[in-house]
Design a protein around this ligand. Structure first.
Ligand SMILES: N[C@@H](CCOP(=O)(O)O)C(=O)O
Length: 435
């Protein structure tokens, strides 16, 4: 398997280079080549296996010639000691794919843990420390902190927008210590992401440091996210209906992961891109004009992204063809008032407690079903455990939300962060003092 940059498809790099370099110097994003067509039969045969077995089968098809089979099997199983169950809200019609059963209680655990396992595998062949830089609007930071905590030879720096992540999300990324440090940026997620991207093309930094990303700009964060679409398909294939996924979207990595497995042969009938007031992709789907904006703060903060990194990957997968994009993806977005009303309605209708992002996914799915009038099996991705947004969920539903022990114990820990303005040079100076 080789990887090309979306900005220069003619030159390619190896798996190891794409994993560690994360972002090409030409500021494009890596894509696999050739993206194998594994076919419907391959996916239907593996889809009812465990997440780890699905992950191994796909990984082996992609990298079987580069990583020893037993090592690949071991690292995949170590990465996924949990499952991603589909829960039926309305049998055979509307369901949720719960992606929050990993350590940080968010879907990002899947990508972060697989990446950590792969990096540990390849790092054994080198003695240079890897510096991982991550920008987060809420969930990536916690998952990466937990996935890479105490991984030898790896140091993680997380940049997050001050005051724009939930209290428990902030605790997840600021309290572990050891090889994990947090930069609290006086700005938005887009500022954090821009700083990280600038660091990857800063010749001075890259001359003596080995920098990597654990954001979805790194293709190895996305490849494993495809595994749970396959698992979800396996859990509903007995209904014999076309499958539609609704994906709550911020940086659009999750949707790109789904589109990649669809292209490899997973029979997905359609995707719904569901988001909040940061609606640049739903607006593109309506008008054909892609116009990134400054991000707006909302109660579904993990989706507060005004310039989604992965739009270019989606455009690439759909051959830069607006009609192809629209045939495969419908967009819906909701403001905070609609999101609160949706969380309450979903609870009243299905007795299901959802975080604001998950509620937006379910609302997008319901609206798509009403608009399209198709008889499909709808699966909405439940991206985070509702207790990560405890005060909001309790206020909306009017009753207490139970917090899993592994999250509750974080509440007593003290936050440790390095405050910085939203300027690249300020970050660079501070960061260099820590390496
Ligand atoms: N929604 C994300 C923002 C970063 O997205 P990523 O998929 O590129 O890591 C978050 O929760 O941090």
């Amino acid at each position: 398997m080789r990887f090309y940059s979306t900005n220069s498809p003619q030159s390619t790099v190896s798996t190891k280079q794409a994993l560690f370099q994360s972002m090409p110097a030409d500021k494009g994003l890596y894509m696999p080549t050739p993206l194998p067509t594994l076919g419907v039969d391959f996916f239907t045969a593996i889809a009812d296996q465990s997440l780890a077995d699905i992950g191994f089968a796909i990984s082996y098809a992609l990298f079987g010639d580069e990583i020893n089979k037993a090592d690949l099997e071991e690292l995949t199983h170590n990465a996924f000691p949990f499952e991603t169950p589909v829960i039926q809200l309305e049998s055979g019609k509307t369901s949720v794919l719960e992606l929050f059963h990993g350590p940080s209680l968010a879907f990002k655990d899947v990508g972060a843990r697989y990446m950590a396992a792969l990096m540990s595998y390849f790092s054994k062949q080198s003695d240079k420390e890897v510096n991982i830089l991550v920008a987060t609007s809420g969930d990536t930071g916690g998952a990466v902190a937990m996935g890479f905590h105490n991984v030898p030879g790896v140091r993680v720096s997380i940049l997050y927008p001050s005051g724009r992540v939930s209290e428990l999300q902030e605790k997840q990324l600021t309290t572990l210590g050891g090889n994990i440090q947090a930069f609290e940026v006086d700005g938005t997620f887009d500022d954090c992401q821009a700083i990280v991207k600038q660091a990857f093309v800063d010749a001075e930094l890259n001359a003596h440091l080995s920098l990597s990303s654990a954001n979805s700009i790194n293709i190895f964060r996305l490849i494993p996210q495809g595994f749970y679409y396959v698992s979800a398909y396996g859990q509903v294939q007995h209904y014999g209906k076309p499958v539609v996924f609704s994906t709550p979207s911020g940086n659009f990595g999750n949707l790109s992961a789904g589109a990649m497995v669809q292209k490899m042969g997973l029979p997905v009938a359609h995707f719904v891109a569901a988001t909040n007031l940061n609606h640049v992709v739903p607006s593109y789907l309506k008008s054909g004009n892609y116009l990134p904006q400054a991000s707006v703060a909302t109660i579904s903060n993990a989706m507060d992204v005004g310039s989604p990194s992965n739009f270019v990957r989606l455009a690439h997968l759909y051959n830069y063809d607006y009609n192809q994009f629209k045939t495969n993806v419908s967009g819906y977005f909701y403001d905070d008032e609609e999101t609160r009303a949706g969380m309450k309605r979903i609870y009243d209708q299905y007795n299901y407690v959802s975080c604001p992002h998950t509620a937006i996914g379910i609302m997008g799915l319901q609206d798509y079903m009403t608009d399209s009038q198709q008889d499909v099996m709808g699966i909405s991705l439940a991206t985070a455990h509702p207790s990560k947004f405890k005060p909001l969920v309790e206020e909306v539903l009017g009753h207490p939300v139970e917090v899993p022990e592994r999250l509750a114990e974080l509440a007593h820990r003290s936050k440790k962060s390095i405050p910085i303005p939203a300027e690249y040079e300020a970050f660079k100076e501070s960061f260099l003092q820590t390496v």
